[in-house]
Each structure stands twice: as structure tokens, then as C-alpha cells.
Design a protein around this ligand. Structure first.
Ligand SMILES: CC(=O)N[C@H]1[C@@H](O[C@@H]2[C@H](O)[C@H](O)[C@@H](O)[C@H](O)[C@H]2O)O[C@H](CO)[C@@H](O)[C@@H]1O
Ligand SMILES: [Zn+2]
Length: 301
């Protein structure tokens, strides 16, 4: 398939690089059309660099526009030229972590009308006509309200885009829908090395982290190690959110995580492609059995 089109829906500026950056750079390099939709501007984020602390929501409330620039730089590092904010920039606002007052902001994405937000994503789907859609699982990967809402909006748009008679434009059926994932076995290996490395990052037990999948849940291994440099550059562009000291990175909580060149996914809708041997464990791959697809577009004809 030559006209491969991949759509990714992420909640905040930084998620695209952290979770799928190497995959995005790989598919751009291989000639696919990669479209990124970001649902908020990340207005409620913490700010890592002290000299930028004034941008925070409880000070100048200028973090959103600043992160728009960070995201543009990250997209350039990944080679992604087609980026949109859901609806338009600022249509929906970063809701903050679960339970905070920002969840109730009148524009909080967490409170968005599901069909209104999904309708905006349908417009992108029917324009781009992607064969593959990537977003989070129903827990939003780690439970953040904007991530959960990104999942819900994506799943609703997946259905509505294919529905004859709904909205403008020709119906479009996306062939495969994936959820992002990180295997706990990979996380455990990273924590062991980080603990031994004695870096300045905190080390958290895998069981205490709010995300992680079993090896058996992972359906797809994308070996994008040749593009890990693009991923590091893109993560570095999000300097208000991420500290990167390869092979490690940390968010504002300073909990060390590994920058992964092999990115894992769970096929939620669609027919998997052929199972092939995956990358070696030392590269971030899973152990035996190697019964996983290695291409988001495999099995699509
Ligand atoms: C990766 C991601 O989704 N980041 C979100 C998240 O940021 C976290 C949040 O500020 C939390 O309070 C910190 O402890 C943690 O270190 C941060 O990663 O939530 C932000 C607010 O909604 C969001 O802007 C950021 O992109
Ligand atoms: Zn996020």
C-alpha cells in the first residue's frame, strides 16, 4: 500500500512525542501521510524550567500559547507537517489532573460534549481518509481526564465518520484502530538499569506507575529505533514538560523513564497483520513468543 495515511489523536502537546514519536518519524520517513490532532493546548501543565514558571495557569496563564510553539518544533523534529488542534486552537482547554478545579473550567476538554468534539474529528477523518487511527485506551493510558476524553472522542468519531447520512462529506471507514501501550516487562528492565545508573531521576516501582500492559496484551511492535534521535529531539522541544537525558527522560515529577525506540500498541479494532519475530529484548522488544505484527498498516489491502 503506497498511499498510507496515519491519524494520531493526542490530548496535550508532548503526548505525541512521548508515546508515539519514533513511530511517527518512521512512517513519515517511509512516505506515509501522518496527521496529528491535539485536543488541547496544555494550558494547565506544570512548568519545569524555573525561568518559565510565570507561564503557569495560576500566574500569567500563558502556557498554552507557549506549548503551541513547543509542539510546532516537536512536529518539525518528527517530520510531521500535518498538525491540527481539535476544532481550532483553544476550542477545548486542558482539564488538569483528575479531580482538580480546572476539570470544571467552561472550556475544559473533560466537560466537552462528546458528539460536538467527535464531529470536529469526523471532519478531519473524512478529509484525510486514514487507514489507521492511534489513540489511548479507555483509561486514557494513565487516567488523565483529557486522555480518557481523547479516547472517547476518537472512538465516537471512528463510528460517526463511517456512518452514511452523518454530517458533511463522504463516509470513511478506518480499517484499524490502535491504543498506545507500554509493556510492564519493558518498564521493569528500564527501572532496573535506571536504579543501577544512579541518575538524578527518581526511581519508581513499576507496580506504582499508573500505566502498563502485560506482554500478552501487546499486539504490535513498531521497531523505530533508527528514528529514536528524532524522538529525543521532539521530546526536548517540550522543555516546559520534559527533561531528557538519554536514555532517560522525566516529566515534572522527575520520575525517570526510558526513551523507547520500540513502541508498542494494542489493536482495538481491525484485523491484525501477519505475526513476525519482534526486536530483541535488549532493544526494548518483548520476549517469546514473537507472535505480533510489526506494521500498523499490515493486513490492510
Ligand atoms: C504526559 C502528560 O499527559 N502530561 C500532562 C499532565 O502533566 C502532568 C501533571 O502536570 C502532573 O501534575 C505532574 O505531576 C506530572 O509530572 C505531569 O506530567 O497533566 C498536565 C495538566 O493536565 C498536562 O498539561 C500535561 O501535558
Ligand atoms: Zn497528556
Amino acid at each position: 500500500m503506497t498511499d498510507r495515511r496515519l491519524l494520531l489523536v493526542h490530548a496535550h502537546p508532548d503526548d505525541e512525542s512521548i508515546g508515539t514519536g519514533a513511530t511517527m518519524a518512521k512512517y513519515v520517513a517511509e512516505g506515509a501521510h501522518v496527521t496529528l490532532v491535539t485536543c488541547t493546548l496544555g494550558e494547565e501543565g506544570e512548568v519545569v524550567p524555573n525561568d518559565l514558571a510565570h507561564l503557569a495557569a495560576d500566574q500569567d496563564d500563558a502556557l498554552g500559547p507557549y506549548r503551541v510553539g513547543e509542539l510546532a518544533a516537536a512536529c518539525q523534529a518528527l517530520g510531521v507537517e500535518d498538525h491540527r488542534f481539535l476544532g481550532e486552537p483553544g476550542r477545548w482547554r486542558d482539564s488538569g489532573m483528575m479531580g482538580v478545579a480546572a476539570n470544571d473550567h467552561p472550556r475544559a476538554f473533560w466537560g466537552a460534549d462528546l458528539d460536538e468534539a467527535a464531529g470536529e474529528l469526523v471532519k478531519v477523518i473524512r478529509e484525510v481518509r486514514p487507514q489507521v487511527l492511534v489513540t489511548y485506551d479507555d483509561n486514557g493510558f494513565y487516567g488523565h481526564p483529557d486522555h480518557i476524553q481523547a479516547h472517547r472522542v476518537s472512538r465516537r468519531a471512528f463510528e460517526l465518520a463511517a456512518k452514511p447520512g452523518f454530517g458533511e462529506g463522504e463516509p470513511w471507514q478506518i480499517a484499524k484502530l490502535y491504543h498506545t501501550a507500554v509493556a510492564r516487562s519493558v518498564m521493569r528492565r528500564g527501572v532496573e538499569v535506571l536504579r543501577e545508573a544512579g541518575s538524578g531521576f527518581y526511581v519508581e516501582d513499576v507496580e506504582d506507575m499508573p500505566f502498563g500492559s502485560t506482554d500478552a496484551d501487546i499486539t504490535t511492535e513498531i521497531d523505530a529505533r533508527p528514528w529514536i534521535g528524532n524522538k529525543v529531539e521532539a521530546m526536548r522541544a517540550h522543555a516546559t514538560q520534559i527533561t531528557v537525558e538519554p536514555p532517560w527522560f522525566a516529566l515534572s515529577n522527575n520520575i525517570g523513564q526510558e526513551v523507547l525506540g520500540v513502541e508498542h500498541y494494542i489493536l482495538a479494532v481491525g484485523v491484525p497483520g501477519p505475526a513476525v519475530p519482534g526486536p530483541p529484548i535488549e532493544a526494548g522488544g518483548l520476549g517469546e513468543p514473537h507472535n505480533r505484527e510489526n506494521d500498523l498498516f499490515s493486513g490492510i489491502h
